[in-house]
Design a protein around this ligand. Sequence first.
Ligand SMILES: Nc1ncnc2c1ncn2[C@@H]1O[C@H](COP(=O)(O)OP(=O)(O)OP(=O)(O)O)[C@@H](O)[C@H]1O
Length: 216
Amino acid sequence: MLLKLDQVTKSYPGTEAPVLRGVSLELPRGGMMALTGESGSGKSTLLHLIGGLDTADSGKIEIEGTDLTALGDAGRAGLRRGTVGVIFQQFNLIPSLDVAANIAFQARLAGRHDAARTDAMAERLGLADHMHKYPEQLSGGQQQRVAIARTLAPRPSLVLADEPTGNLDEASADAVLGLLQDLVEETGAGLIVVTHSERLAQRLPRRLHLRAGQLT
Ligand SMILES: Nc1ncnc2c1ncn2[C@@H]1O[C@H](COP(=O)(O)OP(=O)(O)OP(=O)(O)O)[C@@H](O)[C@H]1O
């Protein structure tokens, strides 16, 4: 199993009810699913726990058999470099690096930089003519595609995308999600897409819905 969550619970200081209450799920290798739910239902929190960006209060999260809850900060950071890739809502590109260097950044950290692969992916994502531009010189859709390329470059086993098309119009959102799915499928990785859009969620083979901190 690529990902296994067992009875995961999470509260933030100052919030009355837990944000996540006993969340369990399994995603097989190469599996793809959408995670939907109202604003504040805990989608980003769940993604952050799976991505090792934050820790659960109780329960177990396993990625490729490794128990995240037993790893320290360094262990979780290592997992983020190689095994799990996160595409953030706000892209988080590095402003001082051009597109080529942004795309290569995480792969270099993971010791998996492959220039030919980076170029091929940039081409697929329509970024070939923009490789020497800086993030501020790109449109939102182009920045999103750079963020996708950067996350996929180190070949993670699991890709987590938080509203990857949230800032795009419908046609661009469809195109970007389609490309993301194709690229993830080609690498055999698993994919979890958080989205507000029921329409986009329908494009994924499996859908889970969070309501008041529980999966339905
Ligand atoms: N760092 C934090 N400290 C305290 N409360 C937080 C923190 N992060 C999130 N929350 C609270 O946890 C709840 C779930 O937030 P989360 O961001 O996971 O929801 P979401 O479903 O992703 O929402 P959205 O769709 O609006 O992005 C919200 O009530 C939010 O206010």
